[in-house]
Write a new protein. Structure first.
Length: 850
């Protein structure tokens, strides 16, 4: 590897150099502690703790005596320090599954596999340094505290990471005013094991060598908003790669919830943004990938004015000054050799690569209009037609399919250009409880040529035609937007009844190679008893220039099945014509109060928590830490909650073929399986039967009261006190989900509950399969087009989907809650489903019926 930078000549006058040329030179800067050293500030949590201050002195001595090339001495961490590490490790690992980038998770897993990372002990820096050296050439250098930007960045230039070795004060395991070993190892190390991130870090370091103080501070700010607080896009989702986020549970969750703080990565904007040390950042900069960040850093490095180039020699790990003709000539020869090698590789690759050239950028002049052969269609009574291009039916609701709906010159070319314009408009990923797809802005905000042609047809002639053939008075409101479905995208069961919608229509312009095996079928659902949809009546395969339309009524339930194709895209225009609003009857099923739903706590023969729960969660210090977390966040994740033998026995019993499951609906609210009555009896499923009793027992109520601080969950000896619970055991496989229940959210304010979710899930389950429980909070924000159907509050919490994980969430019953749709990708798993226990606990004070 060859890296060139240039350095101002004045830095070397009179034999002086103010930056290191070799790794041994780092010994000087590593002893210049800038802040957060052994002398604690007055507001530090450990300032008044003499034992903690003494401990910091002991660990600081290791850093003071260390010299590059030495083996890093081991620290014998105390039980208290290990408990703090365990609390932080467990909490962060839960969050990382959903919010950390793939390269971080991949290297974290390697560290665990090599037994360098675990919750049982604080890793030793020497072991971790060897791991990094093998992965990317990075090494660890122990330091007493926070170095200056100049000294810290200089270390990165040589692939050396300056790291503290002490553990934060135990009074609050989830907060530290300075970078401790939890931050350094759990935040930075997995990323330093990634080759691209290592390259980024070194290039920032090399750019700092010999730079002015202003330029160094600017580079430090770029490092701060990348290596510390950087986020990237992965699989259409924003993931963290910055250590400041990955080592702080509170800030990581807050960042992913406050999505309005995300900004496009731009160096100039970064340099004008304040770095905040003691609170959350005001902005987080989103990059497409790490390589994108590297290119930005390189462009910025070129702006640093220098006059003498230097070169980093990776073979001897030193910086060489190119201060004479011989050195410059050698550097040029090396570059020529590297360029020749790259050119040869490019030539060989070009023999096998076909470039897709764009032959012409002009857009033909299209004439697009509504097909006049549909003028005689009459939908004023029954939706019937003798037109060969029309398929109409009354059941399950009035619906029609009109083929070749638009006419004009060269329609195939028109739809090809329309698809391109839709993609060029950068449709946004819409992902809520009900759907996942890309959607454009409303067409009123788009003005590309092919879209304008479509608007001229649907804003005028088609709207007038619909009003005439249906007899439904329509007003001037027209909602029109394009949706693009890719692999795994879907739209679940709904009826479109919102905001005066009277006619719904879908114009498909998917290429005609689409088949039913590709998924993406428009499915019309039939209602059974009580007017609830439970099965598919008709399926419609997407096809180019086909319009499907129906009257929006009480039972107009429909959905789009999951896209199975990994290479094709489903294109459609979704629109509604509006009229006067219709008053529909209220939900047929009255909402029960929590008091009506719950069962009272039961007594049980086995009264020993140790027979069920992992002993770590019975430790008083751990309970105290968890209580503190729950008080702040109203949520906690308890990994490996049950003892291994209990969990394994449950898994065997509940996955046996002897249990009969039945579909639980209705589909516009939920679709999953519940077991037949008495399926988990003591004879067939003895362990599951015991665990269900345990969840409902006085023993569990009192344990939860201690763990969460919700004293009103405690149960008296005679089982009085008014609290209770309701459990449901659910099975989620391919196509299963649970949607937000508008009836429950709108009619149950100020009914508080503690929701417990426990998972029995295959080890190879991936978050991309879905199945995660999501909790929302706050008021919904309208979409850009002003349509509130797709608007929901930002995520407030989610239950991670991991084996033997118990999640506790204290919430108002009115908080919108749903379980993400489970994709068909799970069908290749040996066990293609998971089971969850959902138990809602009610405090005694919530049961006052007066």
């Amino acid at each position: 590897m060859t890296n060139f930078i240039s350095v101002n000549v004045s830095n070397f006058q009179n034999g002086e150099k103010n930056f290191p040329l070799r790794k041994k030179d780092l010994d000087v800067g590593a002893k210049r502690v800038h802040m957060y050293g052994k002398e604690l500030d007055g507001d530090h949590p450990g300032f008044k703790d003499s034992n903690y201050r003494k401990r910091r002195m002991e660990i600081a001595k290791i850093a003071q005596e260390f010299r590059y090339g030495d083996e890093i001495p081991e620290v014998e961490y105390t039980q208290e320090e290990t408990s703090t590490w365990r609390a932080v490790y467990t909490q962060l690992k839960m969050l990382h599954q959903n919010h950390a980038c793939k390269r971080y998770l991949r290297n974290f897993s390697k560290l665990e596999q090599q037994r360098l990372f675990s919750e049982e002990k604080v890793p030793q820096l020497q072991d971790v340094s060897k791991f990094l050296k093998d992965c990317t050439g990075f090494e660890i250098y122990p330091v007493e505290g926070y170095l200056s930007a100049k000294d810290f960045l200089a270390g990165l230039a040589f692939r050396v990471f300056h790291t503290t070795q002490y553990v934060r004060h135990p009074s609050d395991p989830f907060y530290s005013p300075e970078p401790d070993v939890c931050h350094e190892l759990l935040g930075h190390v997995p990323m330093f094991a990634d080759p691209e991130f290592a390259q980024l870090s070194q290039e920032i370091g090399l750019a700092s060598l010999g730079a002015s103080e202003t330029d160094i501070n600017n580079l430090a700010k770029i490092y701060f908003f990348t290596a510390e607080f950087g986020v990237i896009v992965e699989d259409d989702q924003i993931k963290a790669y910055g250590a400041g986020l990955l080592s702080s549970a509170a800030e990581l969750k807050n960042t992913m919830e406050q999505k309005k703080k995300f900004k496009t990565f731009d160096v100039n904007t970064i340099l004008q943004t304040d770095c905040i040390i003691s609170d959350y950042q005001n902005a987080y900069f989103v990059s497409l990938n790490i390589q994108d960040v590297i290119q930005h850093v390189r462009l910025f490095a070129r702006t640093i004015i220098r006059s003498l180039p230097v070169r980093y020699n990776a073979f001897i790990e030193e910086v060489e000054m190119l201060d004479n003709v011989e050195k410059l000539s050698q550097a040029v020869d090396n570059l020529k050799h590297e360029i020749t090698c790259i050119r040869n590789v490019i030539f060989e690759m070009s023999e096998f690569t076909k470039l897709d050239a764009n032959h012409g950028s002009g857009i033909p002049e299209f004439v697009i209009k509504f097909n006049e052969k549909f003028e005689d269609v009459n939908f004023r009574g029954p939706w019937l037609s003798t037109n060969e291009d029309v398929t109409a039916f009354e059941n399950p609701f009035k619906c029609a399919i009109l083929r070749n709906f638009l006419t004009g010159n060269n329609m195939n070319e028109y739809f090809h250009i329309l698809r391109k314009e839709i993609l060029d408009s950068k449709p946004v990923l819409k992902q809520k409880d009900l759907f996942k797809f890309f959607q454009t802005k409303d067409f009123s905000a788009l003005s590309s040529p092919a879209v304008e042609k479509l608007k001229s047809v649907f804003y005028g002639p088609v709207k007038e035609w619909f009003s005439k053939v249906t007899g439904i008075p329509l007003d001037d409101r027209v909602a029109l937007a394009a949706q693009v479905y890719s692999h795994g995208h879907y739209l679940l069961c709904h009826d479109d009844r919102i905001g005066g919608r009277r006619i719904a229509f879908i114009l498909n312009f998917t290429e005609n190679s689409w088949t039913s095996d590709d998924g993406g079928l428009l499915e019309l659902l039939e209602c059974e008893s009580e007017q609830y949809p439970m099965k598919v009546k008709h399926t419609i395969v997407p096809s180019e220039n086909v319009l499907t339309c129906f009257e929006v009524v009480l039972q107009s339930f429909h959905q789009v099945s999951e896209i199975r194709s990994k290479t094709k895209k489903r294109f459609s225009i979704q629109g509604w014509y509006h009229g006067s609003e219709i008053e529909y009857p209220m939900s047929l099923r009255p909402l029960s109060s929590l008091y009506q739903l719950i069962d009272e706590p039961i007594d049980m023969h086995d009264k020993d928590l140790k027979n069920f729960i992992n002993s770590a969660y019975l430790d008083k210090e751990v309970i105290s830490c968890l209580n503190c977390t729950f008080e702040k966040e109203s949520k906690m994740d308890l990994m490996n909650f049950f003892k291994d033998d209990v969990y394994n026995a449950m898994y065997r019993e509940i996955c046996s073929n002897s249990i009969l499951w039945k579909i639980h609906g209705p589909m516009q609210k939920r679709l999953y399986y519940i077991a037949e009555e008495n399926a988990f009896n003591a004879e067939l499923c003895p362990t599951v039967h015991k665990v269900i009793s345990f969840f409902k027992s006085k023993l569990m109520f009192n344990y939860l009261a201690e763990l969460t601080g919700l004293d009103n969950l405690a149960v008296n000896k005679d089982l009085s006190g008014g609290c209770g619970c309701k459990e449901e055991i659910r099975k989620f496989g391919s196509g299963c989900y649970s949607l937000i229940d508008a009836d429950e959210c709108g009619n149950s304010e100020n009914e508080m509950l503690l929701e417990a979710i426990f998972h029995l899930v295959p080890e190879d389950w991936d978050e991309k399969y879905g199945g995660v429980t999501i909790f929302h909070l706050g008021e919904a924000d309208e979409d850009e087009d002003g349509d509130n159907e797709y608007a929901l509050p930002e995520y407030v919490n989610e239950s991670n989907l991991l084996p033997n994980l118990l999640t506790l969430v204290y919430r108002d019953r009115a908080v919108p809650t749903f379980v993400k749709y489970v994709t068909k990708d799970v069908e290749h798993l040996q066990i293609p489903y998971f089971i969850d226990f959902n138990i809602k606990y009610v405090e005694s004070q919530s049961m006052d019926t007066e």
